[in-house]
Design a protein around this ligand. Structure first.
Ligand SMILES: O=C(CO)[C@H](O)[C@H](O)COP(=O)(O)O
Length: 235
């Protein structure tokens, strides 16, 4: 369930601007997806020019890209601080006067469990996005990573919460998507989510849920790439 659309130029602008904030000696959380990939590539170029950083990847995909561009890797349990995390999003609430301003849906790449771990460990978590990700409320399906044995039980519980869940199907393989953690993903359509914080609490409480893709009150800023540059929202 990758996010459709979005301009590559806008994604590049956002990713490259976020990478500019990385300083010598930083430990950087490396998110997942096509927008973050521009940040990782920019960091690789900076490393080739002498920047010394260590990265913590959030997925197989970002690990492979970081290795390819020459970023030294580390792990959460080997560092005391993560200075900055850069990560994409599938939807970002852009409503400055609303409580949910800056709330996110993530997990289009099924990496949201590790992304949430690394993004929240960071001193600063910057979202990189193109304008197609902005919306007044969250309305995309919420990815919920579940233990394989739990998927039917959790699907029932999620129906009780008012959603129709779909087990995410793999491409190029029969059967479901299996996450980097060996789990399955239920994409849960709730329609327009007026109170993401309460929904997040309900989902987190379900036994067998590993992590859901609602990121409420977690981002420090969103860098929105545009045709003319980058608009920064600080929260
Ligand atoms: O949450 C994610 C992966 O789990 C991605 O950050 C999200 O899907 C955005 O990806 P892209 O930048 O390719 O649109």
């Amino acid at each position: 369930m990758k996010t459709a659309g979005g301009s590559d130029a806008a994604k590049r602008a956002a990713g490259e601007r976020a990478a500019e904030a990385v300083e010598d000696g930083f430990v950087v959380g490396l998110g997942t997806g096509s927008t973050t990939a521009y940040a990782i590539e920019a960091l690789g170029r900076a490393v080739a020019d002498g920047l010394e950083i260590r990265g913590i990847p959030t997925s197989f995909q970002s690990r492979r890209l970081a290795l390819e561009v020459g970023i030294e890797l580390t792990t959460l349990d080997a560092v005391e601080t993560v200075d900055l995390a850069i990560d994409g999003a599938d939807q970002v609430v852009d409503a400055p006067d609303a409580d949910g301003h800056g709330a996110l849906i993530k997990g289009g790449g099924a990496a949201h469990a590790r992304e949430k771990l690394v993004d929240t460990a960071a001193d600063r978590f910057v979202v990189v996005a193109d304008p197609s990700k902005l919306a007044p409320t969250l309305e995309r399906s919420v990815p919920v990573e579940v233990l394989p044995d739990a998927h039917t039980v959790i699907a029932d519980r999620v129906r009780d919460l008012g959603s129709e869940p779909t087990l995410r199907a793999a491409e190029g393989k029969d059967g479901p998507v299996v996450t980097d953690n060996g789990n399955l993903v239920l994409d849960c359509a709730f329609g327009s989510i007026e109170d993401p914080d309460t929904l997040a609490t309900h989902l987190s409480r379900l036994p067998g849920v590993v992590e859901h893709g609602l990121f409420v009150g977690l981002a420090d800023a969103t860098y929105v790439g545009t045709a003319d540059g980058v608009d920064v929202r600080e929260y």
